[in-house]
Write a protein that binds this ligand. Structure first.
Ligand SMILES: Nc1ncnc2c1ncn2[C@@H]1O[C@H](COP(=O)(O)OP(=O)(O)OP(=O)(O)O)[C@@H](O)[C@H]1O
Ligand SMILES: [Mg+2]
Length: 244
């Protein structure tokens, strides 16, 4: 569904990505891993059209998107879920969710999608009339995932959905991400620091290092790969195994 070929980009004269090659197949979860500051968020920005691609190409559903504007990429069905802090605290939970559907004219389908989001995250339905500024960190993360789903995407990209959240909340969010994949047939690219959890959820993984893909493979193999384990695995096994 998403093919990335030799992508290079950076900031000003500073090259961060030095030729990234990746594939994300339809209806699966792919984990993008790597240490702090290695360029994971930079790659998501390049895919979403926020950051210009210097060279290489990005194809979505076979169509080149690396020269398109962010709104065109969203319209093509590829949505980046922004970090939890990007809710509009002065708007209600439901108004925040409906922002995700602003470009859609299909009112009945939008209503149906809102109910799906509420089925994944019932707490959002309970609090739908409250200002989103009153939500907890985990609830805001649910809100931004829900807002992404309201655009009716084919694929979503999540940038560290577990960041700064308590372990039980993380577990709940990961379970819902897995349900979203199964029940909506969603394709998901997930950037995570919680590497073990991400690899349990994903079918395939990539590790970025020094601007390139350093390691890639089946998620099951990567969990047992010594290089990956020593360099990146955090969290406890017991905590992670509850995710499925
Ligand atoms: N707007 C910017 N201008 C200049 N340099 C930037 C900018 N944003 C990020 N960088 C630099 O680009 C590099 C990659 O940053 P990026 O945010 O993509 O890393 P990351 O892998 O997402 O890290 P983290 O795990 O901390 O989120 C870092 O060295 C960072 O300092
Ligand atoms: Mg980042």
């Amino acid at each position: 569904m998403l093919e990335i070929r030799g992508v290079e980009t950076g900031y000003g004269k500073l090259k961060i990505l030095r030729g990234i090659d990746m594939n994300v197949g339809a209806q699966g979860i792919v984990a993008l891993l790597g240490g702090n500051g290695t360029g994971k968020s930079t790659l998501l920005k390049a895919i979403s059209g926020i950051l210009p691609v210097w060279s290489g190409e990005i194809l979505f559903d076979g169509e080149p998107i690396h020269a398109r504007h962010p709104h065109q990429i969203v319209r093509a069905g590829l949505v980046q879920v922004t970090q939890g802090k990007d809710s509009y605290p002065g708007m209600t939970v439901e108004e925040n969710l409906m922002l995700g559907a602003y470009a859609r004219g299909d009112k009945a389908a939008v209503r149906g999608d809102l109910e799906k989001v509420y089925a994944f995250f019932p707490i959002l339905k309970e609090r739908r009339k409250q200002l989103s500024g009153l939500l907890s960190g985990g609830q805001v993360q649910m809100l931004v995932i829900g807002r992404g789903l309201m655009a009716a995407p084919k694929m979503i990209m999540l940038d560290e959905p577990s960041a700064a959240l308590a372990p039980l909340v993380v577990l709940d969010i990961f379970k819902q991400i897995n349900r979203i994949r199964k029940e909506l047939g969603m394709t998901i690219l997930i950037v995570e620091q919680n590497v073990r959890m991400a690899l349990l959820l994903a079918s395939y993984g990539y590790v970025i290092h020094d601007g390139r893909i350093h390691i890639e493979g089946q998620a099951e193999d990567m969990i047992h790969d010594d290089k990956v384990r020593h360099a990146y695995l955090g969290g406890t096994v017991a905590e992670a195994e509850n995710v499925r």
